[in-house]
Design a binder for this molecule. Structure first.
Ligand code: RB5
Length: 366
């Protein structure tokens, strides 16, 4: 079992105690430095190396040391998936593992003595994570971390995930989730949210300049270059977003894709597909309020591509991380636009906390 270890000059005083402990336990330390107690090094450099080793699973956990344990913890916690906490006694180490499942422990060379290291590390290694309500809390942190990470992901050639944090959208999502929201309200809210999302979805449409005459003078104005759009709701819940989008882009053509889940294979099967004839020339927006497992969204995108569609984006109300991962895996060129990223799927494949079955709530069928 590999353990990533690192320190700056002020934590160096603890390093041999940490290495001795790990060797005595039969663990394999991966030493990221520092290798001498010289000044001039900066704790973020080593902390980020150790944190990345843990996040990438090169090491199962990490031990970091600086003067206080604070600086290395702050730096390590910037790496997605890392939970680092300074633990200057055994009780802190026990609680930080039992409740926070820390995967990096940090120690301060100016706070504790080398003799205290074995008890603190032993407690950390031997305490199990309690899970339950503590897992629920960690999941909330993980969702926020994921949202921040994917919002800004602009990897060359890869699809983006954009989450709308606009206050109006968030307010309306808060209402549409409630179980007491009526069918009428649900319908109206879904259209309104879809309308608001159009602003961001169409942000990259090309503009061109033309000359016009105002009552005062001739001037150049910017106008849409005329890129053709197509929106394709996935039947049936996607229908609930169509009018909201058409209000702002009334010239968009509308295709339809119908898929059902084969009860034996559980794979989506096409039962209806009608797309604009010139689909290959259009920017396509697939509409589906709930991105749960990603099964129907990926199948719909594949179907559209098979019929000639090239640039396909997905517009959803609420997504689960599982669905986003699947769409990006199978269609890495697809941008995903969502209003909310929820925590996970339950055993029935429903998004948690979600809003239930969007189709039933939209059409009042339950
Ligand atoms: C280095 O002098 C010191 O500031 C650093 O080791 C650490 O204590 C920062 O949090």
């Amino acid at each position: 079992m590999k353990v990533a270890v690192g320190c700056d000059h002020a934590g160096f005083v603890l390093k041999s105690a940490v290495m001795d402990f790990l060797h005595a336990k039969g663990l394999e330390p991966l030493d990221f430095g520092a290798f001498a107690e010289e000044g001039g090094d900066d704790y973020p450099d080593v902390a980020i190396k150790v944190a990345r080793a843990v996040a990438s699973e090169e090491a199962v956990c990490g031990v970091l040391m600086c003067g206080t344990g604070a600086g290395v913890a702050i730096a390590a916690n910037k790496v997605s998936g890392v939970r680092a906490v300074p633990c200057h006694n055994a009780e802190l180490a026990r609680l930080a593992k039992a409740h926070n499942d820390i995967n990096v422990i940090t120690l301060g060379g100016r706070i504790i003595k080398p003799e205290q290291v074995p008890e603190i590390l032993e407690t950390w290694f031997s305490t199990p994570f309690e899970g339950g309500r503590h897992l629920q809390r960690l999941n909330k942190i993980a969702v926020e971390e994921k949202a921040t990470a994917i919002c800004g992901s602009t990897v060359e050639g890869a699809g983006r995930t954009v989450i709308f944090d606009h206050p109006l959208v968030q307010h309306k999502v808060g209402i549409i989730r409630r179980k007491e929201t009526t069918v009428k309200q649900f319908r109206e809210l879904l259209q309104e949210i879809a309308s608001l999302m159009v602003y961001e979805v169409t942000r990259s449409l090309a503009l061109t300049e033309i000359e016009v005459e105002t009552p005062i003078a001739r001037t150049m104005v910017r106008t849409l270059e005329g890129k053709k759009l197509a929106i394709v709701p996935v039947l049936r819940a996607g229908l609930g977003m169509v009018d909201g989008i058409l209000q702002l882009v009334p010239n968009a053509k509308v295709g339809h894709v119908g898929l059902y889940r084969d009860p034996k294979t559980l794979e989506p099967v096409e039962y209806y597909c009608k797309l604009p004839q010139d689909i290959g020339e259009r920017d396509i927006f697939v509409l589906d309020p709930m991105l749960a497992t990603g099964g129907s969204a990926t199948a719909a995108i594949s179907l559209i591509k098979k019929r000639g569609g090239k640039k396909v984006s997905l517009v959803c109300l609420i997504a689960a991380p599982e669905g986003i991962a699947r769409v990006h895996q199978e269609h890495p060129d697809t941008d995903i636009f969502i209003a909310a990223l929820d925590s996970h799927l339950n055993e029935h494949g429903y998004i948690v906390p979600g809003l239930g079955d969007a189709g039933d709530r939209l059409f009042g069928t339950k």
